[in-house]
Write a protein that binds this ligand. Structure first.
Ligand SMILES: [Zn+2]
Length: 95
């Protein structure tokens, strides 16, 4: 199945709300269907000199993506995505 880069970026959002914290699953992991607003990239703001903060059409903006992380994702997008899907599968969810 084709998943666009924007959707992947939102799925991989590193914030506590999406990704979960303290061993709790995040909001996105428990929610297999994202709305178009949730995966539509509205804007990108720089955070200092080290990161970008995407602002999604639904107003979500707590995910901070470091340049380093984005570069890594760019290079290893397929592998990272496959790992993400595998992790979800292991958690008993099919995203
Ligand atoms: Zn998030």
């Amino acid at each position: 199945m084709h998943t666009s880069f924007d959707v992947r970026l939102r799925r991989l959002c590193p914030c506590a709300e999406c990704k979960g914290e303290w061993g709790q699953p995040g909001k996105l992991d428990a929610n297999p269907e994202l709305t178009p607003q949730q995966t539509e990239l509205g804007d990108m703001r720089p955070v200092g000199r080290y990161a970008l903060m995407p602002i999604w059409a639904d107003g979500h903006n707590t995910g901070i993506y470091s340049w380093e992380w984005l570069a890594l994702l760019g290079r290893e997008q397929e592998q990272r995505w496959a790992l993400y899907l595998a992790a979800l599968e292991q958690a008993g969810l099919d995203r």
